[in-house]
Design a protein around this ligand. Structure first.
Ligand code: CMP
Length: 138
């Protein structure tokens, strides 16, 4: 069993699509073992996305991530990091495969509906950014 960190972005909460995205996640046999709806501060967004701090889109990315509530989640399943990334689809929804969350819900490369950890190691770091072990129930 592997865990991954998922974020439903402000375009999802704004359009009331939390349940619709969660249905995709659960249909793909990933278990939501922790979940919280929060309003990120700019400092939190900058810290979470620090790996992208030198990219041209960093400022816009952080502004976007604080433009409304997000839902942070821990997903569990076999090979969940890779399986969730497949379910999400390409970062740019224009390139995302049919049937993926981003193809079906995302508005743009920025408002691309979901974030998922890109490796098991990063998942551990990203999960601990938002959750204590006591908040995660398998
Ligand atoms: P995410 O998986 O959350 O990781 C970083 C985010 O930066 C990415 O999804 C995109 O939503 C966002 N982003 C905005 N512009 C770009 C870009 N030009 N290339 C890659 N990611 C971008």
């Amino acid at each position: 069993m592997e865990r991954t960190l998922s974020i439903l972005k402000p375009d999802v909460t704004r359009r009331n699509l939390t349940g619709a995205v969660n249905a995709r996640i659960e249909s793909a046999d990933l278990r939501i073992i922790a979940q919280r709806r929060i309003q990120l501060t700019l400092e939190q967004a900058q810290k979470f996305y620090a790996i992208h701090k030198d990219r041209s889109f960093f400022g816009e990315l952080c502004s976007y991530m604080i433009s409304g509530p997000v839902v942070v989640q821990v997903l569990e399943g076999e090979n969940s990091v890779e399986r969730y990334r497949k379910l999400m689809g390409s970062t740019n929804p224009a390139n995302a495969d049919e049937g993926t969350i981003r193809r079906d819900f995302a508005e743009s490369i920025e408002a691309n509906s979901v974030h998922g950890s890109d490796s098991s190691e990063n998942a551990v770091v990203e999960i601990s950014f938002f959750f204590r072990e006591i908040d995660i129930t398998e």
